[in-house]
Design a protein around this ligand. Structure first.
Ligand SMILES: Cc1ncc(COP(=O)(O)O)c(C=O)c1O
Length: 385
């Protein structure tokens, strides 16, 4: 099958780029002596998770209990839910899952630790738990610098039905870019990465002194891995990284300086359905891909909703064309100097945020240039709880 046989819009994954992205991150993990546990929320596909495991990943990460259920059902034996799971029904599902796969999850409150413990004790299981840490992002997690993580770790270690596995953070602040005048993109990435590593190691040392040594210190986001190098203080070191987006990359990663366009494996194939000349000589055209596939996520330092390509083989951007608007089923493109496409042409767009694009689809296509190699399913597409 060829690209021209596909109905549009369609989400394409360039197979060789997916493989190269997997290998590159695996190599970074191996060189730094850490386990790679990719976050599979990016693709939600059993097939792609298995490619990551075959390349050397030690287990996978998910955000939802429902995702863990789908991957466990597919035979994946080691799953970390990198999320503060709260709710009796969810803890019961984790207890049931633990009979099938090794499943761990996060807590950042005494409430969750105590209530989860009661559920697991009743079910007669012991579940590995990580204390989630806020190491600078400001989302969930006990603040790395205080005593709260130590109190929580001790509590988890004492409570029946829980076993203390370690600490986990996500440097989502690596997406914020430069934070002061004159800070370069590279300096900002290095700062976020070093802080994530050093703050977690610092906490690891304090936990060790308090008698609760973390077996696992888990960090990671795609941008904070760009310049990651591991360090050690005594016995304490980073043991695990959990990037997710790296398997595809996207406009966000390109604009942050994390990846080049040639590392972007995911594109949306769309058809030009309308084209008109404006009074000022510029042209506008419309794609059959709108919010429902490109999503309305914006990218760092970009006003557009994805990067149109002039040539998808070598990833050359379409000059001057900007996707400057979206409605549900239309991408609105403005070309100041006149368009190089006509109605009926097919174009490719690199999305701003690859992970959410996958969540809009039931199936996507693995491609090798113009050849469609295989249609793969997004197995955990509806695993939203
Ligand atoms: C807890 C957690 N871990 C890891 C990741 C992976 O980060 P990225 O998508 O930047 O690779 C995320 C992303 O949202 C996350 O929330």
């Amino acid at each position: 099958m060829n690209l021209s046989d596909l109905h549009t819009p369609a989400v394409l994954l360039e197979q060789s780029r997916v493989r190269a992205n997997i290998e590159r991150m695996q190599q970074l993990a191996d060189e730094n002596g850490v386990a790679l546990r990719p976050h599979t929320k990016t693709h939600r596909s059993v097939r792609l998770a298995k490619w990551q495991l075959e390349a050397g990943a030690r287990g996978i990460t998910v955000a939802k209990v429902g995702e863990a259920e789908v991957f466990a059902q597919a035979g994946i034996s080691d799953i970390r839910i990198a999320y503060c799971v709260v709710g009796e029904e969810k803890w019961q599902r984790i207890a049931a899952l633990s009979r099938q796969s090794r499943v761990s999850f996060c807590v950042d409150s005494e409430y969750a630790a105590r209530r989860a413990s009661a559920v697991f004790q009743e079910a007669g299981v012991a579940i590995p738990v990580l204390v989630e840490i806020d190491a600078g992002y400001g989302r969930c997690g006990a603040l790395w610098s205080g005593d709260e993580p130590i109190k929580l770790a001790k509590l988890v270690a004492e409570l029946p039905g829980l076993s203390f596995e370690g600490i986990l953070t996500h440097a989502g602040n690596s997406y914020f870019g430069p934070q002061s005048d004159g800070e370069t993109l590279e300096a900002a990435l290095r700062r976020a990465s070093d802080e994530e590593r050093d703050r977690m190691i610092d906490l690891g040392v304090r936990l060790d002194k308090a008698g609760v040594q973390p077996a696992v210190i888990s960090i990671g986001s795609t941008p904070s891995m760009r310049y990651f190098t591991n360090t050690t203080r005594g016995d304490i070191t980073i043991t695990e990284i959990r990037p997710g987006n790296y398997i595809f990359n996207d406009v966000v990663q390109v604009n942050l300086g994390v990846a080049s366009l040639t590392y972007c494996a995911q594109t949306v194939l769309a058809t030009v359905v309308s084209l008109h000349r404006n009074d000022d000589g510029s042209e506008r055209f419309f794609l059959d891909a709108g919010k429902k596939v490109l999503t309305s996520d914006r990218a760092f330092r970009s006003a557009g909703y994805g990067q149109l390509l002039y040539n998808a083989r070598v990833m050359v951007p379409m000059p001057h064309a900007e996707i400057n608007g979206l409605s549900e089923e239309h991408g609105w493109v403005r070309v100041p100097g006149g368009a190089t496409v006509e109605v009926g042409d097919r174009v490719r767009v690199v999305p701003n945020h690859a992970c959410v694009v996958m969540n809009t689809q039931r199936n996507v296509y693995l491609v090798d240039g113009d050849e469609v190699v295989e249609e793969i399913s997004i197995d955990a597409q509806s695993a939203s709880t």
